[in-house]
Write a protein that binds this ligand. Structure first.
Ligand code: PSU
Ligand code: MN
Length: 300
């Protein structure tokens, strides 16, 4: 059921490094045209890092691994593209629709194709107020079962970071601070929460992946790579803005799968684009690390 480009298929068959990239970040995470520029740049960074990029989406109902420039443009600009997490996959596939895949569904499709390293910006997690809304991203349950390492910049404080880390512990997911003792919070290098484990090189990440899967412990690994200091928005500054975005969301009654895209868009508006610059910088930074991890993984 998968469409895989020849380049990605050949790379996988010959054991070359491949890095999966998600598409919700393009369609529902950033405005046009910065989203398509980001998507192209990130693919270029993965290539410079010595790995083959495989951006993943559902096109005309086909789960597709590796996208053309036209595909990226469509995902970035077409309003009919649906945000697709695990539960949405059967709907878009059976109806022949276009879908942008979240961390959860990108992980699943990457694993089906045999890709073990995936680069994104931020994970979904336990939303603030989840004790009444029950809003916990399927990204977390996917991490408990699907064997892919996810390079991200931690999670945004639109989520309850403490509860997200607790849930990941319950689900048996190793969460690695990359070069840091503190779990990063996307726009900021700090979060006030310790990183459960620390690693300092791509080789250490690859050897932990190997150890986990050799032990028969299926499931993901989170590599939390802090945003570069020069691009960071200090936690107290972004904290006020996130509180405002959350209050606006409550006032408008936005819930469920629309919550994350609304909050991301609202934060870009309130910061007049400053958050978008930080977001792009951290994804590019993650792409560099992801390529290096994929190389180390392929070498094993
Ligand atoms: N967090 C971000 N940027 C994003 C997302 C999350 O900082 O673009 C996207 C990812 O695709 C993630 C999804 O998998 O939102 C989570 O959505 P939900 O909370 O509805 O599961
Ligand atoms: Mn949700």
């Amino acid at each position: 059921m998968l469409t895989i480009t020849d380049e990605v298929r050949d790379a996988l068959a010959s054991g070359q490094p491949v890095v999966a990239l998600e598409s919700t970040i393009i369609s529902h995470g950033m405005p046009y045209p910065q989203n398509v520029e980001m998507a192209r740049t990130v693919e270029g960074i993965v290539r410079e890092g010595g790995a083959v990029p495989a951006t993943i989406a559902v096109l005309h109902g086909r789960p597709t691994i590796g996208l053309s420039a036209d595909d990226l443009e469509l995902l970035a600009s077409d309003d009919s593209v649906i945000k697709v997490s695990i539960r949405d996959l059967p709907y878009v596939v059976s109806r022949g629709l276009h879908g942008a895949t979240t961390v959860a569904s990108t992980m699943r499709l990457a694993a089906l194709a045999g890709i073990r390293v995936f680069v994104t910006g931020g994970l979904g997690g336990v939303h603030r107020g989840a004790e009444t809304s029950y809003d916990v991203s399927a990204d977390l349950t996917e991490l408990s079962t699907t064997s892919v390492a996810v390079v991200c910049a931690g999670v945004k404080s639109i989520l309850d970071i403490g509860l997200t880390l607790e849930k990941l512990e319950t689900l048996g997911v190793p969460v690695l601070g990359y070069g840091t003792d503190e779990f990063p919070s996307f726009f900021s290098r700090s979060s006030g929460f310790a990183a459960p484990m620390r690693v300092d090189s791509p080789a250490e990440v690859a050897s932990l992946m190997r150890a986990k899967w050799d032990l028969g412990l299926d499931g993901g690994v989170v590599v939390a790579n802090p945003i570069p200091a020069a691009a960071e928005i200090p936690a107290d500054e972004i904290g006020t803005i996130i509180d405002q975005a959350l209050a606006d969301m409550d006032r408008l009654g936005i819930r469920g799968k629309d919550a994350t895209p609304y909050l991301l868009g609202r934060i870009v508006e309130i910061t007049d684009g400053a958050s978008l610059k930080a977001n792009i910088a951290l994804v590019e930074h993650n792409a560099r690390l992801g390529a290096a991890i994929a190389r180390e993984h392929a070498a094993r």
